[in-house]
Design a protein around this ligand. Sequence first.
Ligand SMILES: Cc1cc2nc3c(=O)[nH]c(=O)nc-3n(C[C@H](O)[C@H](O)[C@H](O)COP(=O)(O)O)c2cc1C
Length: 215
Amino acid sequence: MEFDLEQTDALLSTTRAVRKRLDFDREVPDDVLLECLQLAVQAPTGSNRQGWRWMVIRDAEKKQALAEIYRKIGGDYLAEAAKTADANSQTGRVMDSANFLAEKMGEVPVMVIPLIIGRLEDGTTNSAAGLFGSIIPAMWSFQLALRSRGLGSCYTTLHLGAEAEAAELLGIPDHMSQAGLLPVAYTVGTDFKAANRPPVEEITFLDTYKNPIKG
Ligand SMILES: Cc1cc2nc3c(=O)[nH]c(=O)nc-3n(C[C@H](O)[C@H](O)[C@H](O)COP(=O)(O)O)c2cc1C
C-alpha cells in the first residue's frame, strides 16, 4: 500500500487546536462522530485491553454545566493570561484563543469525553503511561479523523480539576478515568497551517542524552 505523502503529511502537520474557528452553529451528525470513533479505536492500548469508552454530550444543560466546571477550574487563569501575555507571541495567541473557548465552551455543538477503564493506582511514570497511554493515541486519531472530514477540535484537560463533578453529572462510574474534554464542530474553512516547532535535530539524542543526534 502506498500513501499519498503530501496528503498524509498535511493531515499530520496541520491538525491544530481549533477554538476560534469552530463553527458553533452547524450540527455535527452522529454518523460522522461514529465514523471518526471507529477509526480512533484502531489506536494501540496497553496489553490490548481496549478499555476506551466515549461520552458524547449534546444535552444543552449538560454542556453548560461542563463549561461551568471548565471555567471554575481554568477561567480566571485563562482570562488573566490572555490579558497579560504578549498578544503577538505564540503563547499570547494561544491564551487569547483558550480564553475565547472557555467563554464559548457550553455552546459547542457536541462535546466528547474520552474515558479509559481504570484509575491511577500510584504516581509512577509506568502506571500513568500505561493508563493514559491507552486512551491518548485514540483521542489523537479521533482528532485527525475529524480534521480529514472538515471538523476540528481542541484537546482540553482543565475540567479534570473537578473530574468527580463531571463524572457525577454524566453518570460515569468510579472505576473509570476521564482523559480530557474535546469540543467538536465543523471548522470555519479548512486551511490550517503547520505550527512553528523547533528543529528535531536540536531535541533528538543518539545513544546518550549528552550526544545530540547532529552534534
Ligand atoms: C495535555 C494537553 C492539555 C491541553 N489542555 C488544554 C486546555 O485545557 N484548554 C485549551 O484551550 N487547550 C488545551 N490544550 C491545547 C494546547 O494549548 C495546544 O495543543 C497547544 O497550544 C499547541 O497548539 P496546536 O495544537 O494548535 O499546535 C491542551 C493540549 C494538551 C496536549
